[in-house]
Write a protein that binds this ligand. Structure first.
Ligand code: SF4
Length: 322
C-alpha cells in the first residue's frame, strides 16, 4: 500500500509585482507544478529528477504542507490530507519531515546542538524532560556525531557534520516519511557518499520512506528504488530505477542520461546540454512541453499534450508511443 499518494497536483505562484506584471495589467502565474501524480510505498525511495526550475522542490514543499496546492490531492496512509482535522494535521507533521539542501541556513546559528534537536522533541512531546538528554545522545550516535559536541554551535561544525545534525533533528520526532531536498548537493564531493550511505542505513533501521529530490543522476542511481523524470512541472517518465537507467524511453530522459559521471567526479552540473532553453513557466507551451527542444517532435507534439501511459514496465508521456 502507498504511504504517500499525489493525485493531479498543481501549484501556481502569482506574479503580482514588477515591471512585467504591471505591463500585462493582469495577474500572471508561474506554473511550477502542472498536474503531477505518483505514489510512494512504505520503505521506498522515489527520486524526482530534472533541471533546475522543473518543480521538484515545489512538489516536496507542497507535500509537506509548506505550500497550499492550487489543485489536486495529497493522500497519506490512505487518507486525504485535506479531510484531516487540525489535530490530525499536527500529528502528520511529526510523521513527515524534511532534510534541507543547506544545513547551515536550516540550523539556528544561536542555538547549541542540544537546543536544536530538543526543540521538535518538546513541540511534539516525544519524550519527557528526564529522558531528553539520553534520547538526544542516542540520536547523535545514530548520525555519527560525538556526544562531546552537544554544546557546540552550528558554525563550529563542517558542512557534513551540520547535515548529520540536520538529519538527527528530522529523526527526533520519529518520522515515517522524509522529503530530502538536494541533501548532499551543498557538501564537498568527498563527504557526499558518506551522507548518502548514512541516509540509506537510517532508512533501513527506521523503515523510512524517502521522497528524494536531486539533479545529480549518479546520486539518484545510488539511492533510488524508483525515479520520476520531471520537466516544466510535469512527470515525463516514472518507473523502476534500473529499468529507467538501463533503458530510458522518453526523449528527454534519453538526453539526460547520455553521460552520467561518477559520484567521485567533481562536477557542478551533470546534465548533458540540451538544445534550446526550458520554456517560460508563465507561458506554458501548447502540446508537449518539450517539443521546442525535442529532435523527434512532429505536428501532434505541438498541438496535443501526451498523457502518461504504461510502456515497457514504466509510465511515459510521449506521442512516439501512442
Ligand atoms: Fe518529443 Fe513529441 Fe515525445 Fe514530446 S511527445 S517528447 S515532442 S516526440
Amino acid at each position: 500500500m502507498s504511504l504517500l499518494k499525489v493525485d493531479n497536483l498543481k501549484k501556481y505562484f502569482a506574479v503580482s509585482s514588477g515591471f512585467l506584471a504591471r505591463l500585462r495589467k493582469k495577474e500572471s502565474y508561474v506554473h511550477a507544478v502542472n498536474g503531477v501524480s505518483f505514489d510512494i510505498k512504505k520503505g521506498e525511495t522515489l527520486s524526482l529528477v530534472g533541471e533546475s526550475g522543473c518543480g521538484k522542490s515545489t512538489i516536496g514543499r507542497t507535500v509537506l504542507g509548506l505550500y497550499e496546492p492550487t489543485a489536486g490531492d495529497i493522500y497519506y496512509d490512505g487518507r486525504r490530507v485535506n479531510d484531516m482535522s487540525e489535530k490530525e494535521k499536527f500529528k502528520l507533521k511529526e510523521k513527515m519531515q524534511m532534510i534541507f539542501q543547506d544545513p547551515y541556513s536550516s540550523l539556528n546559528p544561536r542555538q547549541k546542538v542540544k537546543e536544536i534537536i530538543s526543540e521538535p522533541i518538546r513541540t511534539h512531546n516525544i519524550v519527557s524532560n528526564e529522558e531528553m538528554d539520553d534520547y538526544i545522545l542516542k540520536l547523535l550516535d545514530k548520525v555519527g556525531i560525538d556526544e562531546s559536541y552537544l554544546n557546540r554551535y552550528p558554525h563550529q561544525f563542517s558542512g557534513g557534520q551540520r547535515q548529520r545534525i540536520g538529519i538527527a533533528r528530522s529523526l527526533a520526532v520519529e518520522p515515517e516519511f522524509i522529503v530530502a531536498d538536494e541533501p548532499i548537493s551543498a557538501l564537498d564531493v568527498s563527504i557526499q557518499a558518506q551522507i548518502l550511505n548514512l541516509m540509506m542505513d537510517l532508512q533501513e533501521e527506521f523503515h523510512l520512506t524517502y521522497l528524494f529530490i536531486a539533479h545529480d543522476l549518479s546520486v539518484v542511481k545510488h539511492i533510488s528504488d524508483r525515479v520520476a523524470i520531471m520537466y516544466l512541472g510535469k512527470v515525463f517518465e516514472i518507473g523502476d530505477k534500473k529499468e529507467i537507467f538501463d533503458h530510458p524511453v522518453h526523449p528527454y530522459t534519453e538526453a539526460l542520461f547520455v553521460s552520467i559521471p561518477k559520484l567521485t567526479e567533481k562536477t557542478k552540473e551533470n546534465f548533458v546540454s540540451l538544445e534550446g532553453d526550458v520554456p517560460d513557466p508563465i507561458y506554458l507551451p501548447s502540446g508537449c512541453y518539450f517539443h521546442s527542444r525535442c529532435k523527434y517532435a512532429s505536428n501532434i507534439c505541438r498541438e496535443v499534450e501526451p498523457e502518461l501511459k504504461e510502456i515497457d514496465g514504466r509510465q511515459v508521456a510521449c506521442h512516439l508511443y501512442d
